[in-house]
Every structure is written in C-alpha cells, then in structure tokens.
Write a protein that binds this ligand. Structure first.
Ligand SMILES: [Fe+2]
Ligand SMILES: [Fe+2]
Length: 402
C-alpha cells in the first residue's frame, strides 16, 4: 500500500519518506571527482519527482531499469525552488507488490458524466447517417470501455486514464461553439470527425503498466487503425452515403494538419480544417494546464521549458498575482470604500474588470447600501466558457447546411 504520493512533498519537507514509485527516467552520471551517481525521475499518479542517489550506487545501478517499479527511502527537500528526493536506499518491487492504479494518472473528472455529455451531443445530431454511425461505435461495449479509459497521448497531452474521452468532450464543446460562428460548417460532420479523429488510440496505446505504444500502434499509427475501425462500422449501416464516408476518411487522415506531423493530406474543406485547429488548440491548452498544475509549488511565474511546445511557459495567473501584490504595497489600502463602491453598482453594470479593485467611476456614490444591491458584489463571475456560450446564444444558427 502506497502511503506517500509525490503531490505530498510540501507536507514532508526535510523528512525521510519510504514509498513506491515507477521509474520514468534512469540516468547514470559522473560527479566532478569522476565517481558515478544515479539520477532518476520517479513518478506516481500524482506527478513526477527528480531524485538522486549520490553514494554507494554500484549495486543499485544494476538493480533496476527504466519503467520498473521501485521502493525508495530518502529525504524530501527543495533545490532551486523545486522538490527533490535524495535517495538512501532503493530496490525493485516484485510483481505482487504492484498496484497499477497507484501509478497511472487518471482524469479528475467523472468519466461516466463525460460519456453522458458525449451521448447528449450525438443525440442532438440532425444528420441520421452520422447519428447512426456514431451509435454503432457507442453501442459497442468493447469500444465504450476502451474509450472511457484510454489516454489521448503517451506524453504530450491528456496522458492519463480517461484522457481521450476528456479531450474529445472538450473538443465537442469548442467545435459546437465555433460551428455556430461559421454557418458554412456542418456541425454534425465536424463533431463526428472529433469523435473519430483519435479513436485509433484505443489500439495504438497500451496503458496497463505505463503509457506506451503497441506493436500495431508503432507500425501503423492511429490514423490507419481508425480508418479500418470506420470501415467496419460503416458496413453495419446499410446505405451509408459514400460522400459522407470519404469526408470522414479525409478528416481522419488530415487532422494532424501537416505532412511532417504524419498527415498524408492537408485539410481541404472547412470541417477538416476546423477539426485540425481545434484539436491542436485543445491539446496545447491541456499541455499548458497540466504543466502549471504540476509546477503549482514553483515561486516563479515562469514554468519549465515545455518540450512539446518547444518554449518556456509563463503562468499568467501567478504573474498577475505577483504584480497586484506589488501594486498593493504602493497603494493606500481602502477596503471599506472599495466594498461600498462594489455594493452600490447595479448587478448588470458590474463587469469582471471592475470587480477586483472597485475603481469604477461611481466611486463617489453615496455610502448608503441598499440591501438588494449588496448581492451584486457577490455575483459569481462568468467562466470564459459561460461567457462564450452567452455570446454565441445570441447568434445561434437554426438551419445548417446538410
Ligand atoms: Fe491524432
Ligand atoms: Fe486529438
């Protein structure tokens, strides 16, 4: 039973811990005096941790390999603002000591709820052929189980159990919103492409021990695999129009957007182009979100270099928080005045931009605070998605091209 998780580091600073991890990276390096030391990245379902073993490493070096599960005793400490573990003892675990669920990260969202959301979108399809096709996939028990559990990628984004479903529901949401802004886009076709674009990953990736490629995945890749899956399911929908079939095939093979990213064709119609950009956007947004979450403890607003995006990342939330903290030092704090200003502005006149500091032009408003208006200061701000939904609701397209 694993008691210490990597996300618990801040509660164990300078303490000796003993716990179980999977070895994500193993390197043997040399100190300045030529002696060898062991540098590893340990992982569990809560994150990753740099760990070094400085002394008496000779026996340990040959005792385990990368991807092995290990029991480690060592001291947690901070180095350059980041958590590290100095290893005292380390041994490889036996198969009976491994509980895989301790190591594979899993989506924090409710998987059944995500699936229900997906079903809701498909139920809203107007195109009977696409609706019937997706029902063929969504009533196949083996596919449903795999779709609910598969990661969306090995490392780049949504690399956790349930990641594919999480990614596709997010993609459905942004594609649905974007299609309302572009009437030339066939929403049902776009969402069908979103459902299918990575479905080959059910067979491309294996994720029992750690996330890695299957032989089928290595040799064929998910686009070829999903073409075959598509053909199998289309065969179960008699009379499926060949025009829709070729559009879906093109969306599958072009969704990486560029030849050098494995697409043999560039996206050549609006739904294919939009699928590519939305897929790219969603994977990059998730890659950034996950990195900020992993590095939540860092003091600096600058996160580590992100290898998949090939750039360092700025955490704007931390950056702005630090700026506001600095500005509070030079400003004269006026908490009472600020409260009363927020309270007298009618609900619909409070914009999110005005709420944080209360410096609205109505600063000379009377001190009397009407009871009903007080509620205005407590109105929760709209999430960006809610704001977008409100905006698009006004432009809702009721008739779509078929
Ligand atoms: Fe893909
Ligand atoms: Fe994707």
């Amino acid at each position: 039973m694993k008691e210490f998780y990597i996300s618990d580091c801040s509660r164990q600073e300078n303490q000796t811990i003993t716990s179980l991890f999977v070895v994500a990276v193993k390197q043997v390096k040399s100190k300045k005096n030529g002696e060898l030391y062991l540098s590893v990245i340990l992982a569990d379902r809560s994150g990753q941790l740099q760990a070094n073993m400085w002394d008496n490493v000779q026996d340990t070096i040959s005792a385990f390999d990368q991807d092995d599960f290990v029991k480690v005793k060592g001291v947690i400490h901070k180095y350059n603002g980041r958590w590290q573990l100095t290893i005292h003892k380390m041994r490889k675990l036996g198969e009976s000591e491994i509980d895989y669920s301790d190591y594979l990260p899993k989506t924090s969202k409710d998987i059944d709820q995500l699936w229900h959301t997906l079903e809701g979108y498909v139920a809203s399809f107007e195109n009977p052929w696409l609706k019937a096709l997706l029902h063929e996939f969504m009533s196949d028990e083996a596919i449903v189980t795999a779709y609910k559990n598969a990661p969306a990628a090995k490392t780049l984004h949504h690399a956790f159990v349930g990641g594919l479903l999480d990614h596709v529901v997010s993609l459905f949401t942004v594609c649905d919103l974007a299609s309302r802004n572009y009437p030339q886009v066939n929403r049902d076709l776009l969402l069908s492409g979103a459902f299918l674009h990575d479905i080959g990953k059910l067979h491309e990736l294996t994720y029992q021990r750690s996330i890695s490629y299957t032989t089928e995945g290595q040799l064929l890749g998910h686009m070829i695999i999903e073409l075959e899956m598509l053909h199998q399911k289309i065969a179960r929908v008699p009379g499926f129009p060949p025009e829709l079939k070729i559009l879906l095939e093109h969306m599958i093979i072009s969704h990486h957007g560029q030849y050098e990213f494995g697409s043999p064709k560039l996206p050549m119609f609006p739904e294919a182009l939009m699928l590519h950009y939305m897929d790219d956007l969603d994977s990059k947004m998730e890659s950034m979100r996950a990195q900020f979450e992993r590095e939540a403890e860092f003091d600096s607003p600058w996160a580590s270099y992100n290898p998949s995006l090939a750039r360092p990342l700025l955490n704007t939330k931390k950056f702005l928080a630090k700026g506001l903290a600095a500005s509070r030092i030079v400003e004269t704090p006026k908490p009472a005045a600020a409260e009363s200003v927020a309270s007298v502005v009618p609900t619909e006149e409070i914009s999110p931009a005005e709420e944080p500091n209360g410096n609205s032009p109505k600063a000379d408003a009377p001190d009397a605070v009407p009871a009903a208006a007080t509620v205005a200061s407590e109105k929760p701000a709209l999430s960006p998605l809610e704001a977008l939904e409100q905006k698009f609701a006004a432009h809702k397209v009721t008739s779509k091209p078929s």
